[in-house]
Design a binder for this molecule. Structure first.
Ligand code: NDP
Length: 276
């Protein structure tokens, strides 16, 4: 029997990662012979874990919290979207042994919004909550959809300002505090904070979601997040979580590694049906 190509996701904590399951489903669907495992890797063990993984024949990696910035530093080459985002979630081993770093989070989000949920981003007023690694990864792909503008609100305002400065060459973007948006209206509000992971809601004023506006939490879980519930109280047309984004970013990574594009809708439906 031929050897399977090896892939993995590194991060910490990692035990609840759905990525091994998703990539296994992709591999079965597309008849690709590969293995994909989750490895608990803290930041200070990242370099040695990569070394061991490559020595054992590893072909590609996903990196998640807290390793995306380290992966960006470690990559020998970077895609354009990874260069600007300063965060890498996918490493691809090249034939010459170099590691190419890419970031598939943003394209995963945009695909889920536009293809799976038919949310039109063109000329829309987008609010991003949070200015961490996830926000960095999604701004450029969102900008490519030609929104009217993007506002980033963050608890630590300076981080929102820095992000808007870094991405301002791409289009109209502004960083601010939560207090500054209480009289504004948005067609799409994206929660890219980690507040949902601790059951919290960012400090949002009522009435900032425009009529027929949508809410999308990048976080996901078995139950609706506090932000999704907030969206429902604001009469959001759709109030969604990030499970679709997770599957779509994985599909893009799979494509980068295998040059085969998996069909995602059946897998999203399956994972949705398994929520308890
Ligand atoms: P980071 O730790 O890099 O950033 C966290 C951000 O959340 C910061 O801006 C922080 O603000 C803000 N924040 C944390 N707690 C609160 C709170 N209680 N109220 C308001 N703001 C808060 O995390 P990431 O950017 O890596 O991840 C953010 C989220 O995106 C996570 O939920 C993660 O699971 C999700 N994600 C989902 C993906 C998917 O495929 N669905 C892919 C990637 C991420 P401050 O700067 O002030 O500290």
């Amino acid at each position: 029997m031929p050897d399977k190509d090896r892939y993995a996701v590194f991060g910490q904590p990692i035990n609840h990662s759905k990525s091994p399951r998703i990539h296994q489903l992709f591999a079965e669907q597309t008849d690709q012979l590969l293995s994909y495992e989750a490895q608990d890797v803290p930041a200070d063990a990242f370099e040695s874990a990569i070394h061991v993984f490559l020595r054992q024949g590893g072909k590609g990696l996903n990196c998640t919290v807290p390793l995306k910035e380290l992966a960006w530093q470690r990559a020998d080459q970077l895609s354009q979207r990874a260069t600007r985002s300063k965060a890498v979630n996918t490493l691809i081993l090249q034939e010459n042994g170099a590691l190419l770093g890419d970031n598939t989070d943003g394209i995963g989000l945009v695909t889920d919004l536009t293809k799976n949920h038919q949310i039109n981003l063109s000329n829309s007023r987008i609010l991003i909550l949070g200015a961490g690694g996830a926000s960095r990864g999604i701004i450029e792909p969102l900008m490519q959809q030609a929104p009217k503008h993007i506002i980033i609100a963050n608890r630590t305002v300076e981080k929102a300002m820095t992000l808007s400065d870094e991405f301002s060459v791409l289009g109209k973007i502004k960083g601010c505090a939560y207090d500054d948006i209480k009289n504004s209206q948005f067609d799409l509000i994206l929660n890219a904070t980690s507040a949902s992971l601790s059951g919290k809601l960012p400090p949002l004023a009522d009435n900032i979601l425009a009529e027929k506006g949508c809410c999308y939490d990048l976080a996901y879980g078995n139950k609706p997040t506090p932000f999704m519930l907030w969206g429902q109280t604001q009469n959001a047309e759709k109030s969604l979580d990030g499970l679709g984004m997770l599957v779509e970013q994985a599909a893009e990574a799979f494509y980068l590694w295998r040059n085969v594009r998996p069909e995602t809708s059946a897998i999203i439906d399956l994972l949705n049906s398994e929520r308890t």
